[in-house]
Design a protein around this ligand. Structure first.
Ligand code: TAP
Length: 452
């Protein structure tokens, strides 16, 4: 049995050692999930709802423990980690409303009755990245279980601890054996087996666009259903008519939250040229004000990066020739720290403007007018989220309709609510999670005609 050492990114200390699941054990788990499926789909809707509610209550009762695990494993600030555990609870409560509301249609036809059913797919494989280990897992397993599927879940090798605990809590809450299994292991082993094993009928993948493309190609061989949540290069567009002080005060939190390791990070700030200099003057104290440090401290706003290798990758975006406007704080001592960094790119082709940094580096660029803002915002292969700052309601709507991205916010940087849909345009993904239709992504529509 191979193992991996889980490291606290704020201290570089080993937190625990986790056994990694291999290929044969993955197959055995998938087969267990397949066998458990027959009984799980037969559980009465009200009973399945009750079990999901009990699972949600178990998460709530262990919220602080889950949050502390995430602080130690992923370096998330304690405030964020509590929100994330609470999000799992809320996603499960929302999912508990699904079994009794998975309504089909009755369609008027000649000579009989025509009805549709939303049937579960079977075994669903969920592959999770390290940046938001808890919520991203729950966005897959919550609605998948609610719709009558069984789930095998692979956490990222770097961050398996909360997922393992969620697997235990499901069992403690009474979710039957085999219905929800957590398999810590390598993407190339466990994740790949989800793609190639014929009993897995759908893969939900969140991670890099590069791996997402491989997953999609692999799934194509079996016409396997797939949802992809991939990278982003989102724009925060600030118009001259906006509340500039608020736009500048909040901009750091729209990109440096979770140390920028957020697919929705607004890593390009586009500012109308007439207020460009004034915006930078207001942004500087806001960036200096971001409290970077020990993530277990209640007042900390930004923690470390996930690993030394990732810090090297983030640092590679700030080359000796890069024009750095200003940087924020960074603690001394151990930990994979990188300071909030604001850069002024020379050309639209600069790597820092075209590639996802996935760290606390933001590029600020000027634009002329609405059309220019849209041109720059859409000049990327990604399309996940974005923000628009303006006090003109017509402009807010025009620009919202014009930006090619799945999740936009006006005069705010919020992207995620469990009851609204979430997902990307272009190479940011395929399909949607959360929201009122979450369960439909985990069902086949079956049409039945009954001759009368
Ligand atoms: P990846 O390297 O793509 O890894 C994501 C997951 O896929 C991990 O569990 C990984 O396992 C697994 N994996 C790797 N190679 C695989 C393969 N060949 N077959 C099957 N599974 C495989 O991404 P990451 O660096 O962990 O995460 C960062 C990326 O995720 C960023 O691009 C970010 O934007 C994106 N992201 C997107 C969203 C949404 S919602 N759109 C949300 C969060 C993050 P290992 O742990 O073994 O590597």
């Amino acid at each position: 049995m191979t193992t991996t050492q889980v490291v606290n990114p704020a201290t570089e200390q080993v937190v625990s050692t986790v056994e990694l699941v291999g290929a044969a054990e993955t197959d055995a788990a998938i087969e267990r999930a397949q066998r458990a499926g027959a009984d799980w789909r037969a559980v009465a809707p009200g009973d399945r709802a009750r079990l999901l509610r009990r699972f949600a209550e178990a998460v709530d009762a262990n919220l602080e423990q889950l949050a502390q695990l995430e602080v130690a494993n992923a370096g998330h600030t304690i405030g964020n980690a509590r929100w994330e555990a609470g999000n799992v609870r809320d996603v499960l409560h929302f999912a508990a409303g699904i079994p009794e509301r998975l309504l089909g249609n009755q369609i008027p036809v000649a000579g009989g009755v025509d009805i549709t059913f939303h049937e579960p797919l079977g075994v669903v494989g969920v592959i999770v990245p390290w940046n938001f280990p808890m919520p991203i897992a729950a966005w897959g397993f919550g609605p998948a279980l609610a719709a009558g599927n069984t789930v095998v879940l692979k956490p990222a090798e770097l961050t398996p601890l909360t997922a393992i605990r969620l697997g235990e809590l499901a069992l403690e809450a009474g979710v039957p054996e085999g219905v929800f299994q957590v398999l810590p292991g390598k993407g190339s082993v466990v994740g790949q087996r989800f793609v190639t094993h014929p009993a897995v009928r759908k893969v939900v993948f969140t991670g890099s666009t590069e791996v997402g493309k491989e997953i999609m190609a692999g799934c194509a061989r079996q016409v396997k259903r797939v949802t992809l949540e991939l990278g982003g290069k989102s724009a925060n567009i600030v118009f001259a008519d906006a509340d500039l002080a608020r736009a500048a005060a909040t901009a750091p939190y729209g990109v440096f939250d979770n140390a920028g390791q957020d697919c929705c990070a607004r890593s390009r700030i586009l500012v109308q040229r007439s207020v460009f200099d004034r915006f930078l003057e207001l942004l500087e104290p806001a960036v200096h004000g971001v409290r970077v440090g020990d993530p277990s401290d209640e007042s900390t706003e930004m923690g470390p990066l996930i690993s030394a290798a990732h810090r090297d990758r983030v640092a590679s975006f700030v080359e000796p020739s890069t024009k750095v406007a200003f940087t924020g704080a960074q603690p001394d001592g151990p930990g994979f720290w990188y300071p909030p960094t604001v850069v002024l790119p020379d050309a639209p082709s600069d790597r820092v403007l075209t590639e996802e940094v996935f760290g606390p580096v933001v590029a600020v660029v000027p634009f002329e007018d609405e059309a220019d803002a849209l041109r720059i915002a859409n000049d990327t292969e990604y399309g996940l989220s974005g923000s628009i700052w303006t006090n003109d309601v017509g402009r807010a709507l025009r620009v919202s309709r014009g930006v090619e991205a799945g999740n936009l916010s006006v005069n705010s940087h919020s992207s995620v609510r469990y009851w609204t849909p979430f997902g990307g345009y272009k190479q940011s993904g395929l399909g949607r999670e959360l929201g009122p239709d979450a369960a439909l992504a985990f069902t086949e529509t079956k049409n039945v005609f009954i001759a009368t």
